[in-house]
Design a protein around this ligand. Structure first.
Ligand SMILES: Nc1ncnc2c1ncn2[C@@H]1O[C@H](COP(=O)(O)OP(=O)(O)O)[C@@H](O)[C@H]1O
Ligand SMILES: [Mg+2]
Length: 151
């Protein structure tokens, strides 16, 4: 599925809409060149996941981690406070080995985590086949083509 976004606001909005579909355990791979809109999209996605800002870029930290309480399910007898862990990763400067050492396999794909990964092709060996791929392409100053490809 392809969408043309005509503003960064719209790209954030699309990210926010995707958040509503997430149930936990997803690995969302955002591919595309520098300036294509991956981080902008992520800001909308984090907002949609009800993560409080500010959303600082993980460019230097590699992995930026956010946590929030999930709503308690009313009918569970033992009301447990569970957490949703969201990991925003910028793999531009790293390798699969680096990401493995950062604990990727311990948190990625777990039911209480959502992983958002920029530059997934840099760490492709580590990414499970069952992940969501979204490609961003620069069209012009204001337009970006966003392609959704679920594997
Ligand atoms: N339609 C659009 N979608 C996303 N970003 C856009 C759009 N139009 C202009 N921009 C601008 O392009 C830049 C995208 O940067 P960023 O999201 O950091 O890209 P990336 O993370 O892919 O390198 C931002 O400065 C943003 O304001
Ligand atoms: Mg970025």
């Amino acid at each position: 599925m392809k969408i043309i976004s005509t503003s960064s606001f719209q790209t954030k909005k699309i990210g926010q809409l995707l958040a509503e579909e997430l149930r936990g355990g997803e690995i969302i791979c955002l591919s595309g060149d520098l300036g294509a809109g991956k981080t902008t999209f992520t800001q909308g996605l984090l907002r949609g996941l009800k993560i409080k800002g500010p959303y600082t870029s993980p460019t230097f930290t590699i992995v930026k981690e956010y946590h929030r309480k999930t709503q308690n399910v009313k009918h569970t007898l033992r009301a447990r406070r569970s957490m949703l862990h969201v990991f925003h990763i910028d793999a531009y400067r790293i390798t699969s080995k680096d990401l493995r050492e950062l604990g990727f396999n311990d948190f990625a794909g777990k039911e209480n985590s959502v992983v958002i990964l920029e530059w997934p092709e840099k760490v492709k060996r580590l990414i499970p086949t069952k992940s969501v791929w979204i490609n961003f392409q620069w069209v012009n100053e204001k337009e970006r083509e966003i392609t959704f490809d679920t594997k």
